[in-house]
Design a protein around this ligand. Structure first.
Ligand SMILES: [Zn+2]
Length: 202
């Protein structure tokens, strides 16, 4: 089985005003795939309910609330909005790969860097593996008049769908301002690809 790998940023990149701050993309994807739910601890730890200890109580058979893997306090649900997709530049490259995944010939691994990307001593951590049953897919993204104000995509039968900029940004896991700052160096005259992590489509 072929494995195609797609990196996600754990922190905002150096070119972004929020440089170094956590993006919480992983937690936002968890929110959209519903496998586990994002949680946070008073100690500052943020993660997935999957990583927490949770004991079954002898008498009742109920489960205790999840506990932080770092400090064992009870954690609370982390309310973030779901990240449903990522936007990339290499349209044909990703179309081909996602088609292959949906034919059952490959899987998509979403990973993040631990440490500086490609840095000495840095490693990667796989966050999600999507296969043909995950509902992943793609839609082409264009910006009319090369403007962030006029994003558009296409329906299954080729009809033009005007997108709300704020909605597009939110589904990408970002506020509109963060989205604009993220893509400020991108050539908006060139089509891009929306890679969907779930069966959500515009
Ligand atoms: Zn903690």
């Amino acid at each position: 089985m072929k494995r195609y790998r797609l990196p996600l940023s754990r922190v905002f990149p150096a070119t972004h005003p929020k440089k170094g701050e956590r993006t919480f993309f992983r937690e936002k994807i968890l929110q959209s795939t519903h496998e586990y739910y994002p949680v946070q601890c008073k100690c500052g730890w943020v993660g997935s309910s999957e990583e927490c200890d949770c004991y079954q109580i002898g008498q009742s058979g109920d489960w205790s609330d999840p506990q932080c893997p770092k400090c064992s306090q009870y954690v609370e649900e982390f309310n973030c909005f779901p990240k449903r997709h990522t936007i990339r530049e290499n349209v044909e490259y990703w179309k081909k790969r996602i088609d292959e995944i949906n034919k059952g010939n490959a899987v998509l691994e979403i990973y993040e860097w631990i440490g500086k990307p490609y840095g000495k001593g840095s490693t990667t951590k796989t966050l999600f593996t999507f296969d043909k049953n995950s509902g992943i897919g793609y839609q082409e993204l264009q910006f009319s008049m090369n403007s962030f104000d006029f994003p558009r995509t296409f329906s299954k039968n080729g009809g033009v769908l005007a997108l709300m900029p704020g909605n597009l940004a939110k589904n990408d896991g970002l506020s509109l301002q963060d989205f604009k700052d993220w893509f400020k160096k991108s050539d908006l005259s060139k089509p891009k690809i929306i890679i969907h992590f779930t069966d959500f489509r515009y």
